[in-house]
Design a binder for this molecule. Structure first.
Ligand code: I24
Ligand code: DGL
Length: 269
């Protein structure tokens, strides 16, 4: 049993959707969350650049003696998971494998849709990961660039948002999918609109939530879970952006008070 924290990295605040699942499912684990808010979004950036930024985040948390690293961001996972797994001495978990396995296990029609950022879709990592499970599955990937701004501009409610989501998902409507992966940290916020646009016959898979189940299982297998009687876990949040707005959003979303949020610098911004 290990009291050390689990590190979680993301391009900004979106990974807090994964963090919320983690705090629910493994509440006695300590977490250090780092969001690169200053350089968010990662979605439209070249994958090589995302890989470098992700490495910088990993290096920062390695200094804090974490026992495991979770890449909450799909784009960062697509760009850097393999590199981090090869170059860090601790287990590194991304969000793509768990989402792919859950989707492959869900689809009956063997037709899966992937929703993600431009970077995630361009990388082709989701289709490759699904084909490792079952190469006969047909995968249809769709980049949804309007979705992240929809959430971040606080316009994810109402008729306009409904229209943007429905229009963006139009290319998937005639693909006879029965399973669609929410392959981006922000998309669980849009889940009701995405479900409505795709119809009730489509099962949505939340890659972040699936990943947290994997993390819990892995902690057990590796025998590095925190002692449930070990006292209160420690949650720390680091952001490359301003601490105060991060803190306000995190406290609202996680329904917690007095979160420990610090501004930090990475690389030479
Ligand atoms: N949601 C996200 N990013 C934002 C936002 C949001 N503003 C409102 N909401 N802004 O991501 C990004 C830039 N900020 C972040 C804070 O530090 C300063 C820079 C999705 C977050 C998912 C947990 C909408 C909103 C909210 C509260 C909770 C959830 C949510 F205001 F989606
Ligand atoms: N966190 C990113 C992802 O899951 C979405 C936001 C961004 O583009 O940085 O792909």
């Amino acid at each position: 049993m290990t009291k050390q924290a689990i590190g979680m990295i993301d391009s900004g605040v979106g990974g807090l959707t994964v963090m919320k699942e983690a705090m629910k499912l493994i509440p006695n684990e300590s977490f250090y969350y780092l969001g690169d808010t200053a350089r968010c979004p990662y979605g439209p950036r070249p994958l090589e650049e995302v890989k470098e930024f992700t490495w910088q985040m990993a290096e920062f948390l390695m200094e804090k003696n974490i026992k495991m690293l979770v890449i909450a961001c799909n784009t960062a996972t697509a760009a850097a998971l393999e590199f981090l797994q090869e170059n860090l001495p601790i287990p590194v978990v991304g969000v793509i494998q768990s989402g792919s396995q859950a989707a492959a296990g869900t689809t009956q029609a063997k037709r899966i849709g992937i929703l993600g950022t431009e970077g995630t879709v361009k990388s082709d990592v989701y289709p490759r990961s699904i084909h490792k499970e079952d190469e006969t599955i047909e995968v249809f990937s769709l980049a949804c660039p309007p979705f992240v701004p929809l959430v971040e501009n606080n316009t994810y409610d109402g008729e306009e948002a409904k229209k943007v989501v429905a229009d963006t998902l139009l290319p998937l409507k005639d693909k006879q999918l029965d399973t669609v992966v929410l392959g981006c940290t922000h998309y669980p916020i849009l889940r009701p609109l995405i479900q409505e646009a795709l119809g009730r016959n489509v099962q949505l898979v939340d890659a972040g939530a699936e990943t947290v189940k994997t993390v819990k299982q892995l902690l057990g297998e590796l025998n590095i879970a925190a002692n449930p009687l070990g006292g209160k876990p420690e949650w720390k949040f680091f952001t490359t952006g301003a601490a105060q707005p991060f803190k306000e959003l995190a406290e609202q979303w996680l329904e917690e008070q007095d979160l420990n949020v610090q501004h930090i610098e990475l690389g030479e911004e």
